[in-house]
Design a protein around this ligand. Structure first.
Ligand code: DX5
Ligand code: ZN
Length: 232
């Protein structure tokens, strides 16, 4: 799908915290409950110390997602797999700056494959190289945990990085996405600093599952309300 750029707050639940035996139903449920994007965490057991799934799973869940499928690749190397994730229907493909020496080439390859290009920055990565990539990216993902697992504690030192990134971006149509430890308590901090896409795994999926009365709608609304309140 194609989607227009805007800076409104978007909530992107991460299916890393969903029921892995029920991805189709989980994706339908979070969209019905107000999710803007569906965030898909791909891990390889090499770039990060955890393994999730690959392009075949993305292709299988694609028909269950009406909106944006936002694929976060925590894999190295990245380039050999970009075509496969694009063919699986990813709207946004985000690669890590730390995943290899040729991130410029990677971003080029993502756009050439027909997807929006995202650049993810680990908490230990600064903004030094980002300026040279601003015309290559549609989204920059600031990791507010070290990637690999859901349910980790938000790293507060990243808030100032978000603020500096927002200033660097200026009027360019580039989303700032935040990934890790987003809750109704931390969402206002990142929204006020300039983020517009808030990934949340455990804070959306906590308290139930699709079989039970799922609290996803209330969880999503709580994060969105807290973020929007910080914008005045
Ligand atoms: C972490 C993943 C995140 C993760 C966030 O490596 O990229 O998307 O699912 O989970 P929470 O919201 O639980 O911190
Ligand atoms: Zn992620």
């Amino acid at each position: 799908m194609s989607f227009a750029f805007d800076r409104r707050i978007k909530i992107a639940p991460s299916i890393l915290s969903a029921d892995f035996a029920n991805f189709g139903a989980e994706c339908r449920a979070i969209e019905a409950e107000g999710a803007d994007w569906v965030h898909v965490d791909v891990m390889d057991g090499h770039f990060v110390p955890n393994i999730t799934f690959g392009p075949a799973t993305c292709a299988a869940i694609r028909p269950h997602i009406k909106g944006v499928m936002d694929v976060h690749l925590m894999i190295a190397p990245v380039d050999p797999y970009i075509e496969a994730f694009a063919a699986a229907g990813a709207d946004v493909i985000t690669a890590h700056a730390e995943a290899g020496p040729h991130v410029h080439r990677t971003l080029q390859a993502i756009r050439n494959a027909g997807a929006k290009a995202g650049l993810a920055l680990n908490p230990g990565t600064g903004l030094d190289g980002v300026e040279n990539l601003l015309d290559m990216v549609d989204l920059i993902c600031v990791m507010t945990v070290n990637p690999g697992f859901g349910g980790q504690k938000f790293i507060h030192s990243q808030v100032d990085k978000i603020r500096r990134l927002r200033a660097l971006i200026g009027e360019r149509p580039i989303h700032i996405e935040i990934d890790g430890g987003v809750t109704p308590e931390t969402a206002p901090l990142v929204a006020a600093a300039g983020a517009d896409v808030l990934v949340a795994g455990s804070a959306v999926f906590k308290g139930g599952s699709v079989g039970d009365p799922a609290p996803y709608g209330a969880n999503i609304r709580a994060i969105r309300a807290a973020a929007e309140a910080s914008l005045g």
